[in-house]
Design a protein around this ligand. Structure first.
Ligand code: BTN
Length: 241
């Protein structure tokens, strides 16, 4: 896709860099490493050389599912691209992680400027680990995976970065018309949480239940002792089965 691309050897955070430009997009930046990579929920994102750190600025007429919904679609497109490259055990973990056998391969941070019910801009940041041992330990119970460890024949890093960047752009282009059909028809096959017992950390409480899937708005459907619950955000942890 012919959109402006900046490649930086080093930056604090590609998301912050693009937001500081105030660009309405479409525009993309890729960094070789980040010194202050940011994750969801105020976490950091370890960004050693080798990993792929990319951010896309994109404007929407409206973003009714919110930035988190867009993140679902991006994670789905990334997982499908990696599977097409031969990483057949890659899946998605609501809300927007790309996983390989319980370990996190990639994460997405979508940051919104403006009102999601009207014209707005989102910076979609994607971090993809290259090798798990370079990332270092995450929090206890959270493991990392790397693309170089799991692809049968890892393509050269620039080619791979290009394919993953294309997946992010396709997801932005597919929104909003492709959103509900993708969640209905493609998400279930890659959903690593379906049928699993999890805890969901909400702003002020934790709920436990069995994941039934996601609905067409991107909400997680959880069967709890109180019945079916629908949640639009939160942090999930899989309980041992
Ligand atoms: C998460 O899983 O918590 C989201 C991680 C997102 C990391 C990417 S790396 C490129 C972009 N720049 C950042 O500072 N963060 C995102």
């Amino acid at each position: 896709a012919g959109i402006p691309l900046t490649v930086l050897p080093e930056v604090d955070s590609t998301n912050r860099w693009l937001r500081a430009r105030g660009s309405g997009g479409p525009e993309m930046v890729i960094a070789e490493r980040q010194t202050g990579g940011r994750g969801r929920l105020d976490r950091g994102w370890a960004s050693p050389p080798g990993g792929i750190y990319l951010s896309v600025a994109w404007s929407f007429e409206a973003l009714e599912s919110g930035p988190a919904g867009l993140g679902l679609l991006v994670s789905l497109h990334l997982a499908e691209t990696l599977r097409a490259l031969g990483a057949t055990r890659v899946g998605v973990k609501w809300p927007n992680d790309v996983m390989h056998e319980g370990a996190k391969l990639a994460g997405i941070l979508c940051e919104l400027s403006g009102d999601p019910m009207g014209r707005c801009t989102v910076v979609v940041g994607t971090g993809i680990n290259w090798r798990a041992d370079l990332v270092g330990p995450l929090e206890p119970g959270r493991e990392a995976a790397g693309v170089a460890d799991i692809l049968p024949a890892p393509p050269p890093r620039p080619g791979l970065a290009g394919q993953l960047a294309a997946a992010v752009l396709e997801a932005c282009q597919a929104y909003p018309d492709g959103f509900a059909p993708a969640l209905r028809e493609r998400w279930p096959a890659l959903d690593t949480l379906a049928g699993r017992r999890i805890t969901l950390q909400l702003a002020n409480r934790i709920v436990t239940g069995e994941v039934q899937g996601v609905d067409e708005t991107g909400a997680l459907i959880l069967r709890t002792a109180q019945g079916l619950e629908r949640h639009l955000s939160g942090d999930t942890r899989v309980l041992p089965s």
